[in-house]
Unconditional design. Structure first.
Length: 378
């Protein structure tokens, strides 16, 4: 534990130093300045398009092939808000090298409180192979309802883009990650997306992998997006996973509304419900155990249903963010548990190291439009 604590401290110091070097390098190179006026600038469709490099796509200076094919307003807004909120799946497919270092305080009435330090993102390795990336904690670690205590298992690995042609809607990646104890996890990830009318978008992502801990496992994400306003988006999202050691099919579905009300701030509200088709008995129940005598219910179980609010704001330039996330859920952990109300909350600070899109677009001439980094979320 002492060694792990030293590792955390070292990671934080190195990351802060790297952030300072990045900011200094941008100033020396005459890069874009992210200081914003006292009044927060308004977020518009034109600025969202600029932040995603739409003009540069057609010129061939920067290409996000999946985005170049869809290119609808709903797709633009979904990518922008996912990037602003730091969605893991969006980071994995980004044309940029993006690393996020987050630290924060989490509280859950059932599980207590904890302080988290987490490194996540991807680094492209063009000198080795243009399709190869180094990935840190690439999977979404979102809990079904509330936050879990204890150490989450950190992962690092390689991602190889096997299929991502310019005129296709799909993408195929091969992955090889490892966690503590050198637990290798080979896998494959597939993504398909398409537009649904003028204001809609559909996206499916599936992943199958094998690990010593979880054995064979597969996960699936399905998102339906609908643009409700110039800077607001309604998403119905469903996630389910199943494996050799899972509790049947573990699922979660949510209706999420997100609104970017300025270049520096965004908010979201989510109604969610989650469950398991074959929940395990708690650790306290076993041979010779007298408590409890009988479960309250049997069969599949709805473990949580509740609401979550998210408020995210950029504190300084393009790399320091703060997020506040309170929520409430009606929780039933297993069939031996009574359903009860639980309040949970998180305050999170995030430092973003991003190289790629901003450096390319920032070097364009004034005729090509304002630097994207002045409006990009990260």
């Amino acid at each position: 534990m002492q060694c792990f604590g030293q590792l955390r401290a070292t990671t934080l110091v190195v990351s802060m130093a790297a952030s300072a070097q990045l900011s200094s390098a941008q100033a020396e190179d005459g890069g874009p300045d992210f200081d914003l006026p006292g009044v927060e600038p308004t977020l518009t469709e034109e600025k969202i398009e600029q932040s995603l490099g739409r003009e540069l796509d057609s010129q061939g200076n920067w290409i996000d092939t999946s985005h170049a094919y869809i290119g609808s307003r709903a797709d633009d807004l979904a990518i922008y808000l996912d990037t602003f909120f730091g969605a893991p799946l969006e980071d994995l497919e980004s044309a940029d090298s993006t690393v996020r270092l987050s630290t924060g305080y989490e509280y859950d009435q059932d599980r207590g409180s904890d302080i988290r330090l987490r490194l996540r993102g991807n680094l492209h390795l063009p000198r080795i192979n243009e399709r190869l990336s180094l990935v840190f904690n690439g999977e979404d670690d979102e809990e079904d309802g509330g936050f879990a205590t204890g150490d989450r298992e950190n992962e690092a690995g390689l991602q190889f883009r096997a299929s991502d042609e310019e005129r296709t809607r799909s993408r195929l990646d091969f992955t090889l990650s490892f966690s503590s104890g050198v637990n290798l996890k080979p896998g494959i990830r597939y993504r398909y997306k398409d537009e649904l009318g003028d204001k809609g978008r559909f996206r499916y992502t599936g992943r199958a992998f094998y690990s010593d801990k979880e054995r064979f496992h597969h996960r699936h994400w399905v998102d339906f997006d609908y643009q409700t306003g110039e800077t607001s988006l309604l998403r119905w999202s469903t996630r389910f996973k199943r494996g050799e050691v899972s509790e049947g099919t573990e699922w979660r579905t949510a209706l999420n509304w997100r609104y970017g009300y300025s270049l520096d701030s965004a908010a979201a509200i989510s109604l969610f419900i989650s469950g398991k088709t074959d929940p395990d008995a708690p650790d306290e129940v076993g041979p010779g155990t007298k408590w409890p005598a009988e479960p309250f219910d049997d069969g599949s179980l709805v473990t949580n249903y509740g609401v979550v609010l998210r408020f995210r704001n950029r504190l300084y330039k393009d790399w320091l963010f703060v997020e506040f996330e309170p929520g409430y859920t009606q929780r039933k952990r297993n069939h031996y548990d009574e359903r009860h109300g639980v309040f949970f909350a998180r305050v999170n600070f995030e430092i973003i190291f991003n190289r790629g899109r901003e450096s390319v677009i920032g070097s364009e001439t004034p005729e090509s439009g304002p630097p994207v980094a002045e409006v990009a979320p990260s």
